[in-house]
Design a protein around this ligand. Structure first.
Ligand code: TTP
Ligand code: MG
Length: 365
């Protein structure tokens, strides 16, 4: 039997900022403010701010509105600090596992099947890891333990913050049954709405459906849903081998405000990057966008997708969507980069493709 853990730091950026600031018990938002009139989005918020409805990805305008009667703290991200803390945490996890896989800046899967004889031992190790991480960083995390990555990932989100949830072998299906459909990585709002119209609201409703029904309604994705709702995931805990990227930037001769000109430059950059990817037979799951304003203020923004991007049009459309939020001030440079490569055109339907829900991370440097 495999014993897998998923470790996810609690309100990661916000917890670090709270730890390092003198404001301890206040709602705190980390976000990128693009101009003084509150344009920008929330990267994350501490749990005190979340009580008021503040969420990752929300516009800062809306977040500030929600907290208008409250004494709160706003911080711009300090990405270098987060990277440093992440390295410390990942080192602890790597040293205490049989196999290790980093899934994002603040989460990882570890396989502990060899060093833990049973769930009891795994639970003890999880408590030890929590203590070690806290001792080295002063930060808390939530851990899920199960017989595979899917179950461990869902379990880690169950009792946040500072949670520990274990799911015994054989109890996966029961554990999932009462959860909302969106608990399954890869089932987003659109699919949830679609299923709701057919009276399917909980995972137990989907567990009753046959693989044929799922295949008919969702194509290949239906097979993944079938396995996932039944608690099955065969993917291994393994380190990503390829963190390379391919990108292209353009510095304008004169600062540009005109949206059409900026969009067409972006299209051209995407085309150049796409051609290079095609030559190397690479597809990819992350787009990174870089924008430098006339005053040299520079922003990078990344977005990851569940399925590899496999056509140039989709690449352009997604890059354009990401650019939207930065328009409105004269630009000096734009750049686009493809990361997180997938060899050949493969849509394997395991958790590796659904690793983390689509996530946008914006940094300022
Ligand atoms: P998450 O683990 O998704 O969120 P979190 O750690 O802040 O909170 P939770 O306790 O629910 O795990 O993401 C990790 C960090 O990634 C987060 O602290 C900030 C950053 N991030 C963004 O910049 N944009 C986003 O849309 C999301 C979801 C995260
Ligand atoms: Mg987290």
């Amino acid at each position: 039997m495999a014993i897998i853990m998923h470790i996810d730091m609690d309100a990661f950026f916000a917890s670090i900022e709270e730890r390092d600031s003198q404001y301890k018990d206040k709602p705190l938002i980390v976000g990128v403010m693009l101009s003084k009139n509150l344009r920008g989005i929330v990267s994350t918020a501490n749990y005190k701010a979340r009580k008021f409805g503040v969420k990752s990805g929300m516009s800062l305008k809306k977040a500030f509105e929600l907290l208008k009667n409250v004494d709160f703290v706003f911080v711009q991200p300090n990405f270098d600090v987060y990277e440093r803390e992440s390295e410390i945490i990942m080192k602890i996890l790597k040293e205490n596992s049989d196999a290790f896989e980093q899934a994002s800046i603040d989460e990882a899967f570890i396989d502990v099947s060899k060093r833990c004889k049973n769930m009891q031992e795994a639970k003890a190790l999880a408590l030890l890891l929590k203590a070690k991480i806290y001792e080295k960083t002063g930060l808390t995390c939530s851990i899920g333990i199960g017989s595979n990555k899917l179950i461990a990932k869902i379990a880690s989100g169950m009792k946040k913050p500072d949670g520990l949830t274990t799911v015994k072998l054989g109890e996966e299906k029961e554990f999932l049954s009462e959860l909302k459909l969106s608990a399954i990585p890869g089932i987003g709002k659109k699919t949830e709405q679609l299923l709701k119209k057919q009276g399917i609201t909980k995972i137990s409703d989907l567990q009753k459906k046959s693989v044929f029904w799922l295949l008919k309604n969702f194509g290949k994705m239906g097979i993944y849903y079938f396995y996932a709702v039944n608690g099955i995931d065969k993917s291994k805990v393994e380190e990503e081998e390829d963190f390379k990227s391919i990108g292209k930037e353009k510095t304008f001769a004169d600062d540009v405000l005109d949206e059409m000109q900026i969009y067409s430059c972006l299209d051209e950059l995407c085309r150049i990057v796409w051609n290079e990817l095609k030559q190397k037979k690479l597809y990819f799951k992350t787009i990174e966008l870089k924008v430098r304003y006339a005053n040299f203020e520079t922003h990078t923004c990344g977005k990851s997708f569940l399925k590899p991007i496999d056509n140039n049009n989709e690449f352009k459309q997604e890059a354009r969507k990401m650019l939207q939020q930065f328009l409105g001030s004269p630009m000096r440079l734009i750049g686009v980069r493809a990361k997180n490569f997938v060899k050949e055109k493969q849509f394997t339907l395991d958790i590796n493709n659904i690793k983390t829900k689509a996530k946008s991370i914006i940094t300022k440097n």
